[in-house]
Design a protein around this ligand. Structure first.
Ligand code: SF4
Length: 498
């Protein structure tokens, strides 16, 4: 699975473990895929506190209901929230910010770590505190895993897992009529098909995220995601092209291709369509200037893949190859399906076909049983690859995974030491990478104008995803420029003054 922040592909956050409060068990309501939302009588939990909910009109006097969105987790979640936002706005709702009072709160939850799950619960509790008459809709991975517990939580009115987000308005209508808790979580790993949510616009006017795939069949021993997202389902190429073409018409130039496990794209189709086939089609869409990819597995990078991808005019030389550990022993316990030799070969192939590509990665330190020798191997491997950027996570137990049951859990103090050492290596690599671009020209896609220390700057990114601060008074958002990069600055580099 993908990304948590603006720094691009970064999938797994491993913060410290937090004890979860126990909930009582309830029977789940299972709804057939594709069926209309019908709530069996035994699944309805009577509510008395919403009898007058329909009278709760917005305070702004417009007569339109307000909806507020809160998104936790990865880029896939962000994309899905965007798609739900469009559905609500098209239906006449107005959007409220999380600081405003709203009539509907949609919380797109995350369960990748225990901390993410805890945050999801906190966000769900907030809606009713702000407006006791509001409707709280819990959506996504945490709901998929824990909907029975959530039904016990005061203030959650509608529970939608990972397969009925596109029906959110119909489900809400059902709630308006019944005023009873609705739970439409479909259980089980084998979900029928890709749920075709789509977006036609984004707030960020230059870059749009496109989801092309859902689910994962890998079952890495530390990861809960396959249980929350189900098996691999890929989106039909025609739908992807249609969405991107529409966004190009709106002025978007850069597309970030994302999914839960991109490397598996197409394995569920009867005909042979792989990720590179899809990328070649996207590259042909007029107006697509830049194409970036979310997290990839090294075994995807074969000679043929490298050759074909290097021929795409829009592809950015910026690849996030998921490493997780530079020790083969640890990789095997993680149930990752590659070894460090495969990884190094993938990097070499990309470096053969692109000039100075940005290769970034994630590393977990303190995985159960990680010995000093294994950590040293991991450190050396990372040093030798010389990544452009590195995201380091301390292993944190996720209940329900194999790794949580493993012997040899590493002490927190050891994890802290290892994390500090790995981060220091990563910082050095990052500096080296940017150093290479000093006094070199780069194409920068300009995104926004900001003021820093009294001077206006345009901020943008190079094709390698280096953030560039260009001192200029002119707002040139959405334009691309060839700029000379001058020095390392904050989290990026400066460009020559205009
Ligand atoms: S199981 Fe492995 S490959 Fe699948 S989402 Fe989790 S970490 Fe990624």
């Amino acid at each position: 699975m993908e990304i948590q922040n603006e720094r691009m592909p970064d999938r797994n956050k491993w913060p410290i473990n937090i004890e979860e409060k126990p909930f009582k068990n309830h029977q789940p309501l299972v709804v057939e895929a594709g069926s209309k939302v019908e709530v069996p009588a035994q699944a309805i939990i009577p509510r008395t506190d919403f009898k007058n909910m329909l009278q709760a009109l917005p305070a702004d006097g417009t007569g339109r209901r307000r909806v507020c969105f809160v998104t936790l987790g990865c880029k896939v979640n962000q994309y899905e929230t965007e798609a739900m936002r469009e559905l609500f706005l098209a239906d006449g709702y107005v959007e409220a910010s999380p600081h405003q009072v709203s009539d509907i709160y949609v919380v797109n939850t995350c369960t990748v770590t225990n901390v993410a799950a805890k945050k999801s619960r906190q966000m769900l509790a907030r809606g009713k505190k702000k407006n006791p008459a509001c409707v709280v809709i819990a959506v996504g991975c945490y709901v998929q895993r824990e909907h029975q517990k959530l039904k016990e939580m005061m203030g959650v009115d509608i529970l939608i897992g990972n397969h009925r987000k596109k029906d959110i308005l119909t489900i809400l209508d059902e709630f308006y009529q019944s005023r009873e808790i609705i739970d439409v979580v479909e259980e089980g790993y084998n979900k029928p098909s890709y749920e075709d949510l789509k977006i036609t616009r984004r707030h960020d006017k230059t870059r749009a995220t496109i989801k092309i795939q859902d689910g994962c069949n890998q079952f890495c021993s530390y990861c809960i995601i396959p249980f929350a997202r189900g098996k691999v389902r890929s989106r039909r190429p025609g739908m992807v092209i249609e969405e991107i073409s529409g966004l190009v018409q709106q002025g978007y130039q850069e597309f970030v291709i994302t999914g839960i496990h991109l490397t598996s794209y197409g394995i569920d189709f009867s005909e042979k369509v792989s990720l590179i086939d899809l990328l070649e089609e996207i590259d042909k869409v007029p107006g697509v200037k830049r194409l970036r990819l979310g997290s990839l597995e090294p075994r995807l990078i074969t000679e043929e893949f490298a050759k074909r991808i290097s021929r795409l005019k829009s592809i950015c030389p910026h690849f996030h190859l998921s490493l997780q550990s530079g020790s083969n022993g640890v990789l095997s316990r993680m149930n990752r399906r590659y070894c460090t030799q495969d990884f190094a070969r993938g990097v070499e192939l990309l470096r053969q076909v692109f000039a100075h590509p940005a290769i970034t990665t994630d590393v977990i330190v303190g995985f159960p049983g990680e010995t000093e020798e294994e950590f040293a191997e991991s450190l050396n491997f990372v040093k030798n690859i010389n990544f452009a950027d590195l995201h380091v996570f301390k292993y944190s137990k996720r209940e329900g995974t194999k790794a949580a049951q493993m012997q040899g859990q590493v002490a927190e103090t050891v994890k802290n030491e290892r994390s500090a050492k790995m981060i220091a290596i990563g910082e050095g690599c990052k500096q080296n990478y940017r150093q290479h671009f000093i006094e070199k020209e780069a194409e920068v896609l300009l995104e926004e104008s900001v003021e820093i220390n009294g001077q206006r700057h345009m901020i943008g990114h190079t094709r390698e995803y280096i953030k560039v601060y260009w001192p200029t008074d002119q707002d040139q958002s959405s334009q691309d420029k060839i700029l000379t990069l001058k020095e390392i600055y904050l989290d990026g580099m400066t460009a020559e003054k205009n």
